[in-house]
Design a protein around this ligand. Structure first.
Ligand code: ATP
Ligand code: MG
Length: 447
């Protein structure tokens, strides 16, 4: 098998080989290349010790800060390449980091420390593909399998539990049964992993093309760091709009929405407050009044805990809060909705509403999609007018009100916001003379 690799990688491998060191591209880049995908980064492993790599490659474009762990980083044309000495990991005491690493001279031992068979592949143009753990056949069968004993490997580094779910979701692989059982059994070890690392894997998992199958099969694993999701699993909804329990509905909404970070997180949490808001009426129909606000609050807490960035939290929360708003699609109402989401976030709300509908009973689907189309039609008209429903595009500003004789800054702010509300409600045209005469009619100028 011949793989295409960047010139820089070839040059590094050639140079080290010419100096007598065995050298390969290794891990994710080989996996992705074999699968015909463009690798995101190229890692190189070698029998050369870090000092030997430094000597052979000359030091001018080299970043040395990973030397202790055996890593030399070379920068070529703006791209970093990590060159790591073959190594084995020492004992793991904290379920995440080895106490020490030992440099070794054989590729086999280095491949043995890697997490999954498909990630334990190495390649050099001269020696071809090195597949000591059956990665190639697992890849052909779309199977994710630990290298070695799963309980031991997840015990060493619990992050591998989430990496497994992430690869299953992104690649569409099934998790081999012994590995899968071990994941369920060891899930609680994720308590040892930092929030940042968990969140980064979770986001990749959610954005995978096969997130549906993974989320349905492993709510217990996600529940270790988000116990709030657990009540959703199996929570029935006796309601003509729904044909799934809350978790299945949630997962189908995640799968139905475009895979951006914000949209997938919004779909994941949009109904998380439902179990708390549940009420069954005399006719045996379930209602979940107030769940968007409760879900919003829970999502905010979870995302803060997972160290999500503030902007994403704010966008996700706004979408969740508004996902269930269903006012008639008249211009005035839609303008109010747009003012609440912000012009640029409104299309995301339309997407969430569509995905939410697709994950409900099919008999109401068309009706809801028609409704969302009607919202979108109004949105498009408004967007074409370049109106963003903020004070920025209001036809008067603070100076205009000062010119009328107003002096109190706070009062000026209140007046501008009142005018904006009336413009959004279609009570007033956004036109300077009209707005100023409105303010005059309030008879407050002297106050
Ligand atoms: P991607 O870069 O697409 O996120 P990747 O598999 O390349 O996926 P990296 O974090 O770049 O992931 O790691 C490169 C390689 O290092 C992996 O393919 C694997 O061989 C090894 N590796 C990474 N993390 C671990 C881990 N926690 N335990 C064991 N091996 C790991
Ligand atoms: Mg990688």
């Amino acid at each position: 098998m011949k793989l295409i690799m960047p010139e820089a990688v070839k040059a590094i491998i050639d140079t080290l080989e010419q100096n007598g060191y065995e050298t390969y591209a290794v891990g994710g880049c080989v996996r992705d290349s074999v699968m015909g995908k463009e690798p995101s980064d190229w890692d190189i492993c070698t029998s050369a010790l870090p000092e030997e790599t430094l000597t052979v490659l000359h030091a001018d474009n080299i970043i040395q800060n990973g030397l202790k762990h055996g890593t030399v980083t070379v920068r070529v044309e703006g791209q970093n390449y990590e060159i790591t000495t073959f190594r084995t990991d020492g004992i793991y005491r904290d379920n995440r980091h080895p106490e020490s690493v030992q440099f070794v001279r054989s590729l086999h031992e280095d491949l043995a420390r890697r997490d999954f068979t498909i990630n334990a592949l190495a390649y050099s143009p001269e020696k071809g593909l090195q597949d000591d753990f059956g990665g190639l056949s697992d890849m052909a069968n779309k199977v994710l399998r630990c290298v070695g004993e799963p309980d031991k490997r997840f015990g060493e580094d619990a992050l591998r539990i989430l990496r497994a779910l992430r690869f299953a979701s992104v690649l569409g692989f099934s998790i081999e049964p012994v590995t899968a059982e071990s994941i369920h059994r060891n899930a609680a070890l994720l308590h040892h992993i930092s929030a940042e690392r968990i969140f980064s894997e979770l986001v990749k998992l959610l954005q995978g093309g096969h997130a549906e199958q993974v989320l349905l099969a492993y709510p217990d694993v996600l529940g270790v760091f988000m116990p709030e999701i657990l009540p959703m699993a199996g929570f029935a909804q006796h309601n003509p709009y729904h044909c799934y329990d809350v978790w299945t509905h949630t997962v189908k909404a995640v799968a139905a929405i475009r895979p951006t970070k914000t949209l997938r997180l919004a779909a994941l949490f949009h109904d998380i407050g439902k179990p708390q808001c549940h009420r069954r009426d005399e006719r045996g129909i379930d209602h979940f009044h107030g769940h968007p606000d409760v879900s919003e609050g829970m999502a905010e807490q979870i995302l803060k805990r997972l160290k999500c960035d503030k902007k994403t939290i704010s966008n996700v929360c706004r979408l969740i809060k508004m996902h269930d708003v269903r006012v008639p699609a008249q211009r005035k109402n839609v303008r109010k909705m747009i003012a609440k989401t912000g012009m640029e976030r409104f299309p995301d709300l339309l997407e969430l509403k569509r995905a939410d509908a697709k994950a409900q009973s099919p008999q109401h689907l068309q009706e809801t999609l028609d409704y969302v189309d009607a919202l979108e039609a109004v949105y498009r008209e408004e967007a074409a007018k370049d109106n963003d429903f903020t004070l920025r595009t209001l036809a008067v500003n603070g100076r205009d009100l000062q010119a009328l004789g107003m002096t109190d800054g706070k009062r000026i702010g209140q007046c501008l916001n009142r005018l904006l509300e009336k413009v959004i409600d279609c009570e007033l045209e956004n036109q300077k003379e009209r707005l100023l005469s409105e303010v005059v009619s309030w008879n407050i100028i002297s106050i």
